[in-house]
Design a protein around this ligand. Sequence first.
Ligand code: IMP
Length: 431
Amino acid sequence: MENRVIIGGQWGDEGKGKIVDALSQDVDWVLRYQGGANAGHTIHIGPDKHVLHLIPSGILHKGVRCLLGGGMVIDPWSLRDEIMALEQKGHKVRDRLHVSATAALLMPYHMRLDELRESRLKRKSIGTTGRGIGPAYLDKIQRTGLRMGDLLLPTENLERKVIEKILSANEVLSEFYDAEPLPARVLAEELVVLAQFVAPMVVNPYDALRKVREGTESALFEGAQGTMLDIDHGTFPYVTSSNSTIGGALTGTGLPPRSLGEINGIFKAYCTRVGNGPFPSELLGEAGDALREAGGEYGATTGRARRCGWFDMVAGRYAVDINGMTGVIITKLDVLDDLSTIQVATSYELDGKTITSYPVLSEAIPRCRPNFTEFAGWKKPTSDCRRLTDLPAAARKYLEFLEKELGTLIVGVSVGRDREQMIWTETGVTT
Ligand code: IMP
């Protein structure tokens, strides 16, 4: 079984959860490498719907081990709730779920600070998920935060360390934001109890992943968010605070580049974005609303309505290139089934020039106006298609165009939310 990295090619919510679920059946490990409970992966298995935020989607396959990697920011309160919810549905989780000791520990004050900072930014707010992600990464980068390994400390030491951190966060809350301080002792006591729950799952990732490093165990790397939300390569500052691109898979697990294997980008057949920030191919008004309803485009984490638009090939090619994608998977093709025409943004107008290369600077992107190429719709249902030859000719033409312009093979097409609603196309879609 070859290793594989799953990376969001757009602004997140590309349907990675379903793909990871489909591809993780036979792997030894599924590794989450960045982000935290800002992610929301929805998986439908028969009548059951599972929404996971921290735990990799692979956990639903018995025998698959999952690791929350060191590049993540983990809220132990959310982790416990997610584990309990899975256990209540009959999934045994704790013996297969491992948490890297080096992952950052996200505390309630990070969430509070996220909220306060966003409301202070007012119209310039990022539109975060409110899960404390930015402040938790800030604490890591400025070398003051707690790590999951701290949960292994003797109770007294842990309690003392946590109280110290909360008191120093309380100073920021009251002095900078004029907000209520958090109850340090109560939270520290809660964390001590949580530590007992989580500690048996905390591992040294260097030891835990030894066989993956040696090539005798296989791994699927599960990315969260998407390329355009990457802290370095996305639409800064309207991004998340981690590397959702390929580098994050390395730093977030401690595995070497040779462990990565195939790099598969996941792209919706159109585009969505939640939160604020530039989105050149956005469809406003009724057309955008219709796409949102057809695709059920509401956030799995916050329930927010997603902004919808056409496939953006300028951003798409950029995502393929900077991640070195070796193949892509197109999701939600069936959402376009009823449309008479479909468009793709194939270039931008910027300062009187037509450009096809993504301009990267946050100052330039909001000024880009897309040029569209139009395609005929197929006006037929595709959700029962399981082979390329089952698809209507116009749908194949659309996919062939995406494959050609993205410059890499389409290795899979998702045509519905269920596990089996997939067309696998190892040799691409172009005949
Ligand atoms: P944060 O990650 O909560 O700080 O949010 C920063 C930006 O990333 C906001 O625009 C969020 O809406 C967006 N974002 C974060 N996680 C996800 C995700 O899993 N899917 C889509 N957008 C996300």
